[in-house]
Design a protein around this ligand. Structure first.
Ligand SMILES: O=C(O)c1cc(C(=O)O)c2c(n1)C(=O)C(=O)c1cc(C(=O)O)[nH]c1-2
Length: 238
């Protein structure tokens, strides 16, 4: 018996491919997670808000690590400069600057101790796994997949605006200065996702590439969703 292989499917045009990527974000992004919905409705307890800040810090501090792994895969100075800027956004140019520092200040504004945050002592097991999954994904996969995974940031700036409003309205016990991280991230996220989308649209030349990029973005949505699952259910652990 002979088997005939189907010819490879044609790649989608740029507009159709972009719509496919955006659809993943719209359906699977963590803005729909029950924990985020409760955050926006204002029904999280102070302990839950602190638990979220502590565990999200673990994600935050690994973003420049995964960006360094991506940088090492990029083969032109121009591309590497773009990615180095992302690392700088998080690590700052000097001590006391950058996104990680701003997140630590958010923690302090919520009554958390900087030393405890930095020690990672209270990070949940599921959060450790989710974050390690994302870092290893970027370590092991192609540049196309690693960059496509960052495209959750297409949706992040909108979420950031909703979050700032929710914190101002429902959690006034957190001093407004503590929200600086989110305010900075609206523009950074928009710029980063525009650049990343441009690269993914250019690099994904075949249908298989496009499928891999969509799968990478879908995986990243799972990372963010699992992180919040762990935070949501932490209180149930005995
Ligand atoms: O608070 C959020 O909901 C959220 C989500 C995401 C995201 O969608 O991955 C990022 C961030 N924040 C963020 O602050 C950030 O620096 C960031 C970098 C990346 C990335 O994958 O490169 N995602 C995100």
């Amino acid at each position: 018996m002979t088997t005939t292989l189907a010819p490879p499917a044609d790649p989608a045009g740029p507009a159709e491919f972009e719509a496919r990527l955006r659809a993943v974000g719209e359906r699977r992004y963590h803005d729909r997670h029950p924990f985020n919905l409760r955050m926006h409705q204002g029904t999280l307890t102070p302990d839950e808000v602190r638990r979220w800040i502590t565990n999200r810090f673990h994600y935050q501090r690994h973003i420049p690590v995964k960006d360094a792994l991506i940088t090492a895969k990029l083969d032109t100075p121009r591309l590497r400069r773009t990615w180095l800027r992302r690392i700088e956004d998080h690590d700052g140019r000097h001590e006391g600057e950058g996104g990680i520092e701003r997140w630590l200040r958010l923690g302090e504004a919520a009554g958390l101790d900087r030393g405890t945050l930095l020690s990672a002592r209270t990070v949940l097991p599921g959060v450790r796994l989710a974050v390690e999954g994302y870092v290893n994904f970027c370590r092991l996969r192609s540049p196309l997949e690693a960059v496509a995974a960052s495209l959750t940031e297409l949706t992040a700036p909108d979420l950031m605006r909703v979050r700032i409003e929710a914190f101002e309205r429902h959690y006034p016990w957190i001093a407004p200065d503590g929200l600086a991280y989110f305010r900075t991230r609206v523009d950074q996220g928009r710029r980063d996702s525009t650049e990343a989308l441009d690269l993914v649209l250019r690099w994904a030349r075949t249908r298989e590439d496009q499928d891999r990029a969509v799968a990478a973005l879908s995986f990243k949505c799972d990372v963010l969703w699992s992180l919040l699952d762990a935070v949501e259910h932490a209180g149930e652990r005995t």
